[in-house]
Design a protein around this ligand. Structure first.
Ligand SMILES: NC(=O)c1ccc[n+]([C@@H]2O[C@H](COP(=O)([O-])OP(=O)(O)OC[C@H]3O[C@@H](n4cnc5c(N)ncnc54)[C@H](OP(=O)(O)O)[C@@H]3O)[C@@H](O)[C@H]2O)c1
Length: 333
């Protein structure tokens, strides 16, 4: 079997190499999955560019999720059996034809459920679910701002917060994405290349920020008393890839005093699903089961951004980096 190794940081055409891998036995509490397709996340772009602190040293296999069939199970595994179609979270290692992962990171998925939608349910919908239902509990009627709302996690947040009865403000960077946000039912779509979010006259109850830097601070300034700001990404980091850019990004986030937060009952919450996977695997499993149930009940419906062949990995990465994509991207073996 093969895996796609990240061998070099930088341009897509030089970054990846297909190499042979061996099929190894899963441990007692692990599951081995033969992969049908794996998902792309913006963190993969950051890892390729060498901007992702958690990425293992190169050469390595990146990738957070796969859909496939169980090939081997450890002796303690009872919730899935060989041949089952599953979504499997991978803590890196997803760009592969065979993955081994922890039992709590594997959930069954309907035979006929679309493969790219299934991939979206893993990292992107679980992150969104964790952010709006565990880290914060968005309530009906609350005003919610979702940054980069046409992206993978952004779409998931829009759908999950709508389900909760929130009023959604969503940002995106092009007219076609704004049109998409309208179709998704975003109440106030904002093209942030035309209007900065600090021009929004209303205060927000919850802000979901994936951009980081100065956008994070603008999000904080928009918060109502009792408001929550969830920071879960720093996509704007790709714009200044040198020490000055990083300094600007770091300073841009702003400085906050706990007394200020206490007096105004405002909260800043950081979300990193890798840490949730490492330290709270039951919570990750809960999020995954919840989003799969919502999808199978037709209450959420991930948007397919594209399913690329393995030879088009460069194009897929480049499309994601250049902000051309809407929804989820998958790569089929
Ligand atoms: N903390 C966690 O555990 C966790 C888990 C998953 C994802 N994330 C983060 O969530 C964010 C979204 O991830 P995703 O996989 O769903 O990606 P995505 O939203 O599908 O793609 C990124 C989007 O961000 C927007 N963007 C804004 N500034 C950008 C820039 N400088 N360069 C590139 N894109 C920029 C673009 O939309 P516009 O064209 O509309 O600006 C782009 O389409 C990322 O920041 C990712 O790192 C965090």
């Amino acid at each position: 079997m093969k895996a796609l190794f990240l061998v070099r940081n930088g341009k897509t055409e030089e970054a990846f190499e297909l190499r042979d891998i061996k099929i190894t036995e899963p441990g007692d509490n692990e599951v081995g999955v033969e992969v049908e397709a794996f998902g792309l996340n913006f963190a993969d772009v950051m890892a390729r560019l060498g901007l992702y602190k958690d990425c293992p040293p190169l050469p390595t296999i990146i990738g957070y999720e796969t859909v496939g069939r169980v090939l081997k199970i450890g002796k303690n595994i009872t919730h899935v059996k060989e041949g089952d179609r599953v979504i499997a979270f991978t803590r890196f290692g997803g760009y592969s034809q065979y993955v081994i992962t922890q039992e709590k990171a594997v959930v069954k998925i309907d035979e006929h459920y679309d493969v790219v939608k299934a991939l979206a349910l893993a990292t992107q919908y679980c992150t969104a679910f964790y952010a709006c239902s565990v880290a914060t509990n968005v309530l009906p009627g609350e005003k919610v701002l979702v940054q980069a709302a046409a992206g993978g996690v952004g779409t998931a947040l829009v759908q999950l917060c709508k389900l909760k009865g929130a009023i959604i403000y969503g940002t995106a960077g092009s007219p076609s994405k704004i049109e998409y946000l309208k179709q998704q039912g975003v109440d106030f779509p904002i093209n942030y290349n035309e209007k900065s979010i600090d021009q929004i006259p209303e205060k927000m109850d919850v802000v979901f920020d994936s951009l980081g830097g100065a956008d994070f601070k603008k999000g904080f300034n928009l918060l109502n008393q009792g408001g929550r700001l969830v920071g879960y990404g720093a996509a704007s980091q790709t714009e200044g890839q040198n020490i000055f850019g990083l300094l600007k990004l770091g300073i841009g986030f702003g400085i906050y005093h706990p007394v200020q937060l206490l007096m105004e009952s405002r909260a800043i919450i950081g979300v990193n699903m890798l840490r949730i996977a490492d330290y709270k695997p039951n919570t990750l499993q809960y999020c995954m089961e919840q989003v799969v149930a919502l999808a199978e009940a037709g209450k959420i419906d991930p948007t397919v951004g594209g399913l690329y062949g393995i030879d088009d990995i460069g194009k897929a990465h480049s499309d994601l980096e250049k902000r051309k994509t809407i929804g989820k991207l998958g790569i089929k073996w």
